[in-house]
Ligand binder design. Structure first.
Ligand SMILES: Nc1ncnc2c1ncn2[C@@H]1O[C@H](COP(=O)(O)OP(=O)(O)O)[C@@H](O)[C@H]1O
Ligand SMILES: [Mg+2]
Length: 372
């Protein structure tokens, strides 16, 4: 393993996966008990990495669905239907032997056996007219659970960026369909995850929404510095046969603000650029490079905000731990209190700021830097 392999920009697994032991344990115990879980955290905080780590540790068959690109109910339904087919293949083996049971459990969907070079696989096709996407979702998930129950086989389905479903399918029945299928599951464990915490929480914590009280919940935070210290030193040993100086390590934590993606990004640059143990100057130079590479993405994100949101964001960037409703803040932004609270709500919903230790913080350290 190369030192750089410790710092992927995509999902972290194996040696690149740092800590998250209590979170992994929590998720693993839910999976084992066939309880459903909801993971929330800002983008690139490690939700997908954590979910896959826990499922890999469980050794159970799984499928991971990402709703990111879905734009309507039909696409949501298709994704779930295909995920179900795939998981049936992974968890239950030979489809030919299941044909009898499958026919018994479906009424709206048409099961088709597709002959491949090695194995046959199942396709659940929606051919009947006048059957709603929601009905098909319920039937697919229920079919999967019943087949798993026949074989007493547990399995996991990850439903990533699930807030999209709430946005496009609100009131359209998909949420209710998932609830109907999920509330009595004993073999299939569902892991819902996504950014946009407020959207997700309104789906799962609002009494009038179908998914209310379906899941155990976990909000992922930044990782503690002490865990990163061990992790980075392992990678330093691999690369330079030594330990990072305490001040160098602290600088990495300070600049990246322990944002998991930016810790990896910054370290990847350091581990690439330095042929001996890095100094403070090396760290600063590497961070400059990260900022340069990320500058246009961060600016584009800021450009999408309203004037009021930008004002509030600037104020937070300039004054750490500022109390936004204080008279001095209001004077600086020259905004009415109602506009201020509207802007804050918008920024929270867009996942740009988050309340940490009772004050709002900018989540992405590069956005903060750009504003400063
Ligand atoms: N436990 C972890 N240890 C080390 N790096 C991690 C960990 N979890 C996530 N990361 C890193 O953080 C970034 C975002 O991870 P990802 O799982 O894709 O987050 P999300 O699904 O929340 O967007 C990636 O660079 C990934 O390698
Ligand atoms: Mg993800």
């Amino acid at each position: 393993m190369n030192g750089r392999d410790y710092f992927p920009l995509g999902k972290a697994n194996g040696k690149a996966f740092c800590n998250r032991t209590s979170e992994t344990k929590w998720l693993l115990s839910n999976i084992k008990a066939a309880k459903h879980s909801l993971l929330t955290a800002p983008r690139r905080f490690g939700k997908s990495s954590l979910a896959e780590k826990a499922v890999t540790d469980s050794g159970l068959p799984m499928v991971s669905l990402n709703f990111n690109t879905c734009t309507d109910e039909q696409e949501v339904e298709k994704l779930i239907r295909e995920g179900v087919s795939q998981l049936i293949g992974k968890a239950l083996g030979s489809i030919e032997k299941l044909a009898h049971s499958i026919k018994k459990y479906v009424s709206n969907l048409t099961p088709k056996l597709i002959l491949g070079t090695e194995h046959a696989h199942l396709e659940l096709v929606s051919e009947k007219q006048n059957v709603s996407p929601a009905k098909n979702v319920e039937e697919s998930l229920t079919l999967l659970e019943k087949l798993l129950a026949e074989k007493k086989q547990a399995a996991v389905m990850i439903l990533d960026e699930f807030q999209i479903v709430g946005l496009i399918a609100k009131g359209a029945g998909v949420e209710a369909a998932i609830r109907n299928a999920a509330q009595n599951m004993r073999y299939l464990s569902l892991i819902f995850s996504g950014s946009s915490r407020s959207l997700l929480l309104s789906m799962f914590e609002n009494e009038s929404r179908p998914l209310y009280k379906l899941c155990r919940k976990l909000h992922l935070k930044r990782m503690d510095a002490e865990h990163y210290q061990q992790h980075l030193n392992r990678a330093a040993k691999q690369q330079w046969k030594g330990h990072l100086e305490a001040a160098v390590f602290e600088r990495i934590m300070l600049l990246s603000e322990r944002h998991p993606y930016y810790v990896n990004y910054l370290c990847d640059v350091i581990w690439t650029e330095c042929d001996k143990l890095p100094t403070l100057i090396d760290v600063d130079k590497a961070w400059q490079q990260v900022i340069e590479e990320e500058y246009s993405d961060a600016s584009a994100e800021i450009m999408l905000l309203s004037m009021g949101q930008k004002k509030i964001l600037k104020l937070i960037a300039e004054t750490a731990g500022v109390y936004l409703m204080a008279a001095s803040s209001v004077k600086k932004t020259n905004m009415a209190l109602s506009s201020t609270s509207g802007a804050i709500a918008g920024l929270v919903e867009k996942d740009v700021i988050e309340k940490e230790e009772s004050r709002y913080q900018i989540i992405n350290p590069v956005i903060k830097k750009v504003l400063q």
